[in-house]
Write a protein that binds this ligand. Structure first.
Ligand SMILES: Nc1ncnc2c1ncn2[C@@H]1O[C@H](COP(=O)(O)OP(=O)(O)OP(=O)(O)O)[C@@H](O)[C@H]1O
Length: 418
């Protein structure tokens, strides 16, 4: 049986930096929430392990996660992974990709390793693990004591899901942790589009994540690659790097019927943005994201809004982790109406009622646009069933000279999208 988890790898240290505090807080929160043991849960896990049929997996879904049924794509992905088949899962943001590794992690005998590009994402996902699934994370901001504390828990079998950054795979000491005594059943590559040099979020350290290396160094047989958006070219690179059989691609429709798109030509975007926010429909909206391209632009636009009595905060990767997390919290609890952000905002955002997205500048690519807007629109679908006409409005403020560029890129992307 899985034992109760200690706050993963040590106490928050005196004088810890902001990231250290952030990680320690998440681990302590998990400790508070974790359940000591429940025979009922162990029984449904055992049943699903012996026979991962739809019925038994649904039993586990209900008992542990409290949901009545699987969403589109989830059951197929879970059954693949439980059967040891590497899979690519392309589901829109908020569609429920995390469940597709959380549920198998309860069934599989070994560890589930989740590779994630941002510490904030790892912390968020660690927080959201069900109480019965003990997790931990290895982050570069941890002290040696914390690192060794997490190792102790891993070796004692007290961690079932371990979150790590892709950079870890460059580190021999990390690779040697695992082996016969600490087998890994599943590697999850979150935000898998970061593998592709063509994607809008390419991360060089993701290039290290190749099936051959994972097999050789960690004896990994099963990989689950997850992403919300990928062009054909990006998907091809993921499939090649991770050696995923072409039949094991699970992808649902990206079409969102609850989006209203509008475009406005503007020679003075700051003035027009103010006008937009002060007129219908935006003036009546409770939650709006304004996407900018540069960090300085984000701060500048935000200051301008605040100077004009609009309750706004800026968000970009140049801000300290704690500040970013605070802005996200304030936005999610509707304490601020407008977030002015770079693309750093959105990955992992779990807010079901974002009503408006304004693009202060055109997104660099169709993929980037989808990531920004789908974040908000998908979650509305659940609400839509009960409330007719509940839409997310997307507005582009564009300048004359950017049109030719946009038409070219959109045409290229459309040719390339699945
Ligand atoms: N079968 C289900 N029934 C109802 N709710 C579900 C189901 N599966 C997942 N959810 C809920 O949907 C929400 C979004 O799930 P999740 O965060 O896993 O999405 P995601 O696809 O990983 O998004 P992102 O791309 O932002 O990481 C969560 O609140 C989760 O609890």
């Amino acid at each position: 049986s899985w034992k109760r988890q200690q706050p993963g790898g040590g106490k928050p240290r005196a004088g810890a930096d902001e990231e250290g505090d952030f990680v320690a807080e998440a681990l302590l929160e998990r400790e508070k929430n974790s359940a000591a043991g429940d025979d009922g849960v162990l029984k449904v896990v055992e049943v699903a392990r012996e026979d991962p049929s739809e019925q038994n997996l649904e039993g586990l879904l209900r008992k542990v996660f409290g949901y009545d049924s699987f969403r589109e794509g989830q059951l197929e992905a879970i059954q693949n992974v439980v059967a040891g088949e590497s899979t690519v899962l392309v589901l829109p943001t908020g569609a429920g990709k995390s469940l597709c590794y959380q549920l198998p992690a309860m069934i599989l005998p070994g560890l589930t390793l989740v590779v994630s590009p941002l510490l904030s994402l790892m912390v968020d996902q660690l927080r959201k693990l069900p109480a019965f699934l003990p997790g931990g994370l290895l982050a570069s901001s941890q002290t040696s004591d914390e690192f060794h504390g997490t190792l102790r828990l891993l070796r004692a079998g007290e961690i079932k899901v371990l979150f790590v950054s892709p950079e870890r795979f460059l580190n021999e000491e990390f690779l040697q942790i695992f082996g016969d005594t600490l087998p890994i059943s599943l590697v999850v590559i979150d935000e898998a589009h970061c593998i592709s040099e063509w994607s809008h979020n390419f991360r060089p350290s993701y290039l290290r994540l190749r099936a051959s290396l994972l097999r050789r160094k960690l004896n990994i047989q099963c990989i689950l690659a997850m992403t919300a958006t990928a062009t054909t070219q990006t998907l091809q690179e993921i499939v090649n790097a991770l050696e995923i059989p072409s039949g094991n691609l699970i992808q649902t429709s990206q079409i969102r019927e609850n989006l209203k798109l509008s475009i406005s030509m503007s020679d003075n975007r700051l003035k027009d943005l103010m006008l937009l926010l002060k007129s219908p429909p935006f003036v009546n909206m409770r939650s709006i994201i304004v996407y900018c391209k540069f960090q300085t632009e984000t701060d500048y636009v935000c200051k301008h809004l605040c100077d004009n009595n609009i309750n706004a905060k800026s968000y970009h990767s140049g801000l300290l982790m704690k500040k970013r997390s605070r802005v996200q919290e304030l936005f999610c609890s509707n304490k601020i109406r407008v977030v002015v952000a770079t693309v750093a905002f959105g990955m992992g955002l779990d807010k079901s009622d974002v009503e408006g997205v304004i693009h202060y500048r055109l997104p660099e690519s169709l993929e980037e646009y989808i990531q920004n807007v789908w974040t908000c629109s998908f979650r509305k679908l659940d609400v839509l069933e009960g409330m007719d006409g509940y839409h997310t409005v997307t507005f582009f403020l564009i300048q004359q000279h950017s049109i030719r560029f946009a038409v070219f890129h959109t045409a290229m992307a459309l040719m390339n999208m699945q």
